[in-house]
Ligand binder design. Structure first.
Ligand code: ADP
Ligand code: ASP
Ligand code: MG
Length: 401
């Protein structure tokens, strides 16, 4: 008997009608003779609504209480789904992350899965249940606290569970037909990708393709779990994320991230150890620094620019204002009107001139580039946010369609 993990995202479980569609998918999988573990997200945009409620009452709610609050979203879905499956005559049991033995680090709001004991999941399966595990949450042994895994974290729950339980595959059901060559809600010509490697998917997810959380792809790659991304509402085959694909396209996808902002620290002494001190302070506070550019000037002072998620703006600002004084810097600046566009493709490794083609395409469209970063299979440019759609469409046209 095979074990399959099925994850359903927020839109797929937004109301009781959708929950009935989801239940049918689970039943179909079970009736084919599989053991099924289900990971649901919170209903619709309820996580956002819970965050808004907290901010109506406090400008800086405690991270512990936020995790208590947000973990409730997935608990609602898991129990409703189980109630419905039971009513249809199927044995099922719902478990919170901590009941399922999802052990995480202690960092509230961004905890990392360290281990999955999974005893109650195995027990539930062996007594014939469909086991439903609340996504996005876990438990830390030292602090004895409930944690959450960061936005989109149910994907990580699902793939990590698939690895821990030795599942045959992990199916991620969402509101689009799979992974596309660009966000299909922004680029009309975006095409469904039938197969993509973990490496490329990881670069796509970490540079803005929100269809999968990057950490879920990391789990898939580490434990070699095939991940299938497909729609809850259509019967399309979807996208297989796997180790090797038949063909390595020069550019497989174009992504964007407009949820980051750019910070610049001006007039910092150009001395050894300064960058270490500065970025050390940011990483100790859990800031996810992304692109970094340092300019060296002739007068032994320099400017350092970097991007970080917009929801960490006030934390970054606090550190910037302190470090700026400590390092005797001239000051700092925040630019919220930026976006990052990236091209990703494994075939880039053996093809020269891809980066310059990207810069030329942006240039021809009068789009200014303010920062650049690369990996062996990705080139990213920070541009003005208002140019995002134009940049994506022109890059997609140049490299894909
Ligand atoms: P879920 O709630 O099911 O987890 P998400 O909203 O997290 O769904 O992810 C699905 C969304 O990801 C799609 O609606 C789509 O707009 C967005 N997306 C961004 N880039 C891509 C891409 N390259 N391929 C498919 N979807 C993408
Ligand atoms: N409900 C959480 C979120 O909205 C986790 C998830 O949906 O994956 O981010
Ligand atoms: Mg998601």
């Amino acid at each position: 008997m095979s074990l399959i993990v099925q994850k359903f995202g927020g839109t797929s479980v937004a109301n009781t009608e959708s929950l009935q569609v989801v239940a049918q998918r689970i039943i179909d999988c079970k009736n084919k003779g599989n053991d099924v573990v289900v990971v649901p997200s919170a209903m619709g945009s309820s996580t956002d609504e819970l965050i808004n409620l907290a901010h109506e009452l406090s400008s800086k709610p405690s991270p512990r209480e936020m995790d208590m609050l947000l973990s409730a979203g997935e608990r609602i879905t898991m129990s409703l789904l189980s109630i419905h499956l039971n009513s249809l005559g199927y044995k099922s049991i719902s478990l919170t992350g901590s009941q399922a033995g999802i052990i995480t680090s202690s960092r509230h709001g961004k905890a990392e899965i360290e281990e999955i004991t999974g005893e109650r999941v195995r027990e539930g399966l062996s007594s014939g249940n469909i086991v439903i595990v609340a996504g996005f949450q876990g438990f830390n042994r030292d602090t004895r606290e409930i944690t959450t895994l960061g936005r989109g974290g149910s994907d990580a729950t699902a793939v990590a569970l698939a690895a821990a339980l030795g599942a045959e595959r992990c199916e991620i059901f969402t509101d689009v037909d799979g992974v596309f060559t660009a966000d299909p809600r922004v680029v009309n010509d975006a095409k469904l990708i039938e197969e993509i490697s973990y490496d490329e998917m990881l670069e796509m997810a970490s540079s803005g393709a929100g269809v999968l959380m990057a950490r879920s792809v990391e789990f898939g790659r580490r434990y070699n779990i095939p991940i299938i991304v497909k729609s809850t509402f259509t019967n399309n085959k979807g996208t297989l994320v796997t180790e090797k694909t038949m063909e390595e396209a020069i550019v497989s996808g174009v992504t964007h991230n407009d949820k980051e902002i750019k910070f610049t620290l001006y007039g910092v002494p150009d001395q050894p150890g300064i960058a270490g001190k500065f970025f050390g302070a940011l990483s100790e506070s859990g800031i996810n620094v992304d692109m970094i550019v340092q300019n060296v000037s002739k007068k032994s002072i320099t400017d350092i620019s970097f991007t970080a998620p917009v929801d960490q703006k006030s934390d970054v600002e606090e550190i910037l204002s302190k470090v700026s004084k400590d390092l005797n810097a001239e000051g700092y600046d925040i630019d919220e009107n930026v976006a990052r566009v990236s091209i990703i493709g494994a075939g880039m490794k053996s093809e020269s001139g891809v980066a310059s083609r990207m810069f030329n395409t942006l240039g021809k469209n009068s789009i200014n580039i303010s920062m650049i970063s690369t990996s062996p299979i990705r080139v990213s440019c920070v541009i003005n946010r208002k140019d995002t759609k134009k940049a994506l469409e022109s890059l997609h046209k140049e490299f894909i369609s």
